[in-house]
Ligand binder design. Structure first.
Ligand SMILES: Nc1ncnc2c1ncn2[C@@H]1O[C@H](COP(=O)(O)OP(=O)(O)OP(=O)(O)O)[C@@H](O)[C@H]1O
Length: 353
């Protein structure tokens, strides 16, 4: 943990606590004929650490900048901390600390000068807190920005953005260019801020970071909000690999017949290969829900070489991403809830996308 003490923040600004802190309905942004964001509807609740995932060019930054009122949207509306960014972007920015993906800082100033400048600029700026954060990130603030490495400049930007006690923080790839130790510190700081009452929107290409930090995640794909997920539900999804002995295969070969009626909502059985080798068929069982309740049935199948793994974000991401390759920019409604599939291993869990 960083050990930095933060003043608790009130999440509400004349808003009942249960109101979404971010709400968008049918938000769209086009550049001429090109549709960068298409009919985006989502809610971020107070207290969320909300992950935004999607391949390069998916529309994450477009969505973020629309929420801040930096972009004039083409259709739809948004409410952020009780204000409409299209009407009152100044009030929105008073309530939001934003780390852009390409933060530009005055190169002629020293680190502490930059922190002073931004703490005076933001209505909720806090120089003391910025300096503590820079310390926690082990940043030498006596250096001129122009002499800093890319990672050092990222740390400086983080010390600016994490300091003001805004109810909402929007971080666009906050750990880009940072070494693994600092990445972990940054995620700790994000969790600390959240524990103090700040809501967070976090865009990242590192799936493991989203998995470790966020409680909800949205997948953008070619401008479309393709999928949303509660992490608690994801952690309840598992995949079982095993080999089924020939004599235990259902007579008609239909694997779904193996699943008792009462488990069919939660279980799908797939054959991995249609041909038997040494009298066994490799199969895959996808499980949603409490694994403990399903273990007696899995045991009854007498599978060989059994392996159970959490499904993980990688499998869901791959499924959404595969559809990106197959379908045009305007996704049909039927694709809005793709079934997660694809295998996952520990290397893949750590992979960036
Ligand atoms: N000013 C602009 N004019 C035209 N097209 C733009 C403009 N800004 C962004 N786009 C396009 O909008 C799409 C979405 O871009 P956006 O920056 O939102 O993607 P992203 O998901 O943040 O990507 P990345 O992960 O690479 O940062 C891209 O195809 C991009 O080329």
């Amino acid at each position: 943990m960083s050990g930095v003490v933060e003043t608790p923040v009130s999440n509400t600004q004349d808003r009942p606590a249960e109101d979404p802190i971010v709400l968008c309905r049918g938000l769209s942004k086009s550049y001429g004929e090109f549709r960068a964001l298409i009919d985006c509807t989502l809610e971020v609740r107070p207290g969320d650490i909300f992950g935004l995932l999607g391949p390069n060019g998916a529309g994450k930054t477009t969505l973020i900048r629309s929420l801040l009122g930096f972009l004039r949207t083409t259709a739809g509306r948004a409410v952020v901390c009780g204000h409409d960014p299209a009407e009152d972007s100044v009030e929105v920015r008073r309530n939001v600390a934003y780390l852009p993906g390409d933060a530009r800082l005055p190169r002629h100033l020293r680190g502490h000068g930059v922190l002073r400048f931004f703490s005076q600029l933001h209505p909720r700026g806090n120089l003391q807190r910025s300096l503590e954060l820079a310390d926690a990130l082990e940043l030498d603030t006596s250096r001129r920005v122009g002499m800093m490495s890319t990672g050092m400049r990222q740390k400086l930007a983080l010390a600016i953005v994490l300091a003001p006690s805004t109810p909402l923080m929007i971080l666009d790839e906050p750990t880009a260019n940072l070494d693994p130790t600092v990445r972990a510190t940054v995620l700790d700081l994000v969790r600390e801020a959240n524990a103090q009452g700040r809501t967070v929107i976090l865009s990242s290409h590192v799936l493991s970071e989203i998995e470790e930090t966020c409680n909800r995640v949205a997948f953008l794909r070619r401008g479309v909000l393709a999928h949303q997920l509660e992490m608690d539900d994801l952690f309840q999804r598992h995949r079982v690999w095993g080999e089924l002995r020939d004599q235990h295969r259902p007579d008609d070969g239909t694997l779904s017949a193996m699943v008792p009626e009462e488990l069919r909502q939660a279980v799908e059985v797939h054959s991995v290969s249609t041909t038997a080798r040494n009298g066994v068929y490799p199969i895959r069982i996808d499980i949603a829900g409490d694994l403990a309740k399903l273990l007696p049935w899995i045991t009854s199948l007498q599978l060989q070489r059994i392996r159970i793994e959490p499904l993980g974000l990688r499998a869901v991401y791959d499924s959404v991403h595969r559809d990106t390759l197959r379908f045009p920019r305007e996704a049909p409604e039927s694709l809005m809830h793709p079934t997660a599939s694809g295998s996952q291993d520990s290397a893949a869990r750590e992979a960036s996308v």
